[in-house]
Design a protein around this ligand. Sequence first.
Ligand code: ADP
Length: 253
Amino acid sequence: MSVLSHELKTPLNIFYSTIQLLEKTRRVNKEEFSKVYAKYSNSLKVNSKRMLRLINNIVDTTRIDTGEFRADFGNYEIVSLVEDIAMSTVAFAESKNISIEFDTNVEEHYIKCDPNMIEKIVLNLLSNSIKYAKYSKYGGIIKVDIIVEDKWIKILFEDNGIGIPIEMQDKIFDRFLRLDNSLRRLNEGSGIGLSIVKSMVEVHGGSISVNSVLNQGSVFEVKLPDVLIDNVPMNVYKFNENNTEVELSDIYS
Ligand code: ADP
């Protein structure tokens, strides 16, 4: 809880101190006010997104705990859904010297899923890959792979980042678990992202696992059942780029 309150207070303090500064310069002259606003407007936007993301995560966590966490299932084309979301992070990743590659063994495939949850799962895992890949000495490479098999569809997220110690690999899906070392601390997070991802995958009847080698990289595997809902139309989901900005907002530059 203290982690959460720290994470909530940080952006609030930034808003409050920026308002105070703007108030002060407003009394000086318009020009000064514009200058200060131009300097801090980006920080206001990023911190608003950060706060929105954290509040969304807290709401999801509460829903999980009270048993109100339900999916809105339909039949959706999963390949373009995952690809479009992954591609929406490319420009941001490139600005951090990280490339994102996407591959699939089928062009098109429909499954029963909640596209909003799939979006959160993909953005959350990619946000972690970007967060923890950027320390790679050789430049970051993230690979997103879709493998459609007999009864399952697998979505793999591979990075060549800092990796996760073996003894921690089954614990990172627990709520509030954050691994602590000097590199990771630069990217202090709330430690709730992966626990929500796990719940979302499980609501789909799937599972998530990780395979990682310290200092070499990690592969997260999401496994979803390859099923359809009878007598329901096939849909293609159009996702909103703003969600990408919100989900990536906790990556500090
Ligand atoms: P956080 O907000 O701290 O990123 P998460 O629940 O998303 O919370 O992740 C829990 C912990 O798992 C992180 O603090 C990090 O130490 C570790 N982790 C998650 N993804 C990766 C990854 N791709 N590479 C290395 N470590 C990771």
